[in-house]
Write a protein that binds this ligand. Structure first.
Ligand SMILES: Cc1cc2nc3c(=O)[nH]c(=O)nc-3n(C[C@H](O)[C@H](O)[C@H](O)COP(=O)(O)O)c2cc1C
Length: 193
């Protein structure tokens, strides 16, 4: 009889313990799926440096990747910042310049978080990024700018982009060196995922 009582007690403890354990696990799974946001990395890159960082970022975040392609691609002469009359100089001199984009994100609606990458041109985002910001309804979305440059920081890129998409929540973003590691990108991006 005594043995039976001990056996039942052990069985009850094991059953309750197992339930608590499995509930805990279930809770964790739910928490994970709740933060399972849809993420896009969209980028413009004239000479491939930002493209490399964007590729790494999409890899470590599991995000979709979209290249913002100019309708009229930039030639080497267009990118000559030493020439006041080059296409990039003229565009960047005019705050209302909106170079056309050749392609479109097919369903921007489905994304919660959009990383927007670009090279710093004249201490801010290139005008084609302004076109991008005005091309979609970003209401309620988290936008995070990121950039590469010869050394300059983000400047006013984040606040300019916020003005162009007032219903979005635009972070000030971060400038990365061309060789930034996957680990550093992952650590930076995780707060929005
Ligand atoms: C028109 C133009 C303007 C630039 N202006 C700046 C600048 O203000 N500050 C800076 O550090 N680098 C500047 N750069 C350098 C780029 O930001 C840098 O080379 C960037 O990594 C290029 O990225 P990409 O290969 O993705 O186009 C400029 C480059 C160009 C073509």
């Amino acid at each position: 009889m005594k043995q039976l009582v001990i056996f039942v007690a052990v069985a009850v403890i094991l059953t309750v313990g197992f339930k608590m354990f499995s509930n805990n696990n279930g809770g964790e799974v739910m928490a994970e799926s709740k933060s399972n946001k849809k993420v896009l990395v969209a980028y413009f890159s004239a000479s491939g440096i930002t493209a490399k960082v964007a590729n790494k970022l999409s890899k470590v975040t599991g995000a979709d990747l979209f290249e913002i392609k100019p309708a009229n691609p930039y030639t080497t002469a267009d990118l000559d910042w030493t020439n006041k009359k080059s296409r990039s100089s003229v565009e960047m001199d005019d705050r209302n310049s909106r170079p056309q984009i050749a392609n479109k994100v097919s369903n921007m609606n489905k994304y919660d978080v959009v990383f927007v990458g670009f090279p710093i041109w004249w201490y801010r985002e290139p005008s084609i990024i302004d076109t991008f910001m005005e091309s979609y309804d970003f209401s309620g979305k988290q936008i995070i700018p990121f950039a590469t440059s010869g050394g300059s920081g983000m400047g006013d890129s984040g606040s300019i982009m916020q003005k162009l998409a007032p219903k979005a929540n635009v972070d000030s973003g971060k400038r990365f060196s061309s060789g930034v590691s996957e680990n550093d990108l992952k650590a930076w991006a995780k707060k929005w995922l």
